[in-house]
Write a protein that binds this ligand. Structure first.
Ligand code: UDP
Ligand code: MG
Length: 315
């Protein structure tokens, strides 16, 4: 088993050295083959030069330096692209995750595809972080159907193929378990230690909640309808179109058979609006269907994932 540790760092000059020491101690003791990928996410402090110093003396360290600050998700994604291990472990670089939990994750990954940390005693401010995160966790588990207590914990372990199949966007790293569940992966959760941030500043505040919420909508839509968008837009379009048609039909009868003027009735506007909205929805669904085909066929990307094939020719 070879392990790649991926750690994004943005202005963590006071943390990197201690982090590296603790990490090395744990990993060396485990006696497995490993590499550590530090991703400098466009830091403006001494983070990168400290990393360069560490790398100069260690063959097991890889430093990726991003040109500017791309955000934690992008930093993870770049680390994943360069990671060579069979198992990929991610964690924060601010010493809030504890490297001593890594062995626990590695033990569990033996019979799972993804192991997620659970910061049961989370040491962050209540109102700006823990409260919104409780709401988010509840919502994410309801909406995605993947039952975890703590989606936001960076300390996670993945089998290589889980990661290599994923494309990450936005603030999406917390949704990897949900996205990966589409591939039918076995997910486990394990309690991990969480420390308060002692050095440096947290990069996030309340505003992240909105981003997470929007990403959740994307994830849910892609999870349920990415290969059949018309099934999502179609029912709404049909319903709206039909209602509009019924209203217009009723108004026509009034006009034609009873001679009542209908030009000034609000209902007329509603009827016309519903018909137009209905057509728009169906049109959007059809456009979506075309996009799906372009996407899958241009990349020869199947709409299924095979675990293995058993047969004489496929050994
Ligand atoms: N981070 C990053 N790029 C960013 C923001 C954060 O690489 O744009 C890193 C940061 O250096 C840390 C980890 O992501 O290692 C988690 O960030 P932070 O501790 O600020 O988040 P919190 O623990 O407060 O959720
Ligand atoms: Mg932190």
């Amino acid at each position: 088993m070879t392990v790649s540790i991926v750690i994004p760092l943005y202005n963590e000059e006071e943390n990197v050295e201690i982090l590296h020491e603790r990490l090395k101690e744990i990993l060396d003791r485990l006696g497995l083959e490993y590499e550590i990928l530090y991703v400098d996410d466009g830091s403006t402090d001494a983070t990168l030069s400290i990393l360069e110093g560490i790398q100069a003396n260690e063959s097991k360290v890889v430093v990726l330096s991003l040109r500017r600050n791309f955000g934690q998700t992008a930093a993870f994604a770049s680390g994943f692209d360069f990671a060579r291990g069979d198992i990929i472990v991610t964690m924060d670089g601010d010493l809030q995750n504890d490297p001593r939990d890594i062995p626990k994750l590695l033990e569990l990954i033996k019979d799972h595809d993804l192991v997620s940390g659970w910061r049961k005693k989370r040491r962050d401010p209540f109102f700006s972080r823990r409260l919104p995160s409780m709401a988010a966790n509840w919502l994410i588990s309801k909406v995605t159907g993947v039952k975890l207590h703590d989606y936001g914990c960076s300390l996670k372990a993945y089998r290589r193929d889980v990661i290599k199949n994923l494309k990450l966007y936005g603030e999406m790293h917390r949704f990897i378990p949900a996205v990966a569940s589409w591939y039918g992966v076995r997910v486990a959760e394990v309690e991990t230690t969480h420390h308060p941030r002692l050095k440096g500043k947290s990069k996030y505040g309340l505003s992240r909640t909105i981003k997470v919420l929007l990403d959740l909508i994307t994830v849910k839509f892609l999870q349920s309808f990415s290969t059949k968008p018309l099934q999502f837009f179609g029912p709404m379009g049909l319903l709206s179109g039909m209602l509009g048609f019924l209203i217009s039909f009723y108004l026509s009868i009034e006009k034609i058979f009873f001679g009542n003027p209908i030009g000034g009735r609000p209902l007329l506007l509603l009827g016309a609006l519903l018909i137009i909205v209905g057509i728009q929805f169906i049109g959007m669904g059809l456009l979506g269907e075309m996009l799906v085909r372009v996407y899958h066929e241009s990349q020869r990307k199947p709409i299924y994932v095979i675990k293995k094939v058993l047969g004489p020719e496929n050994k």
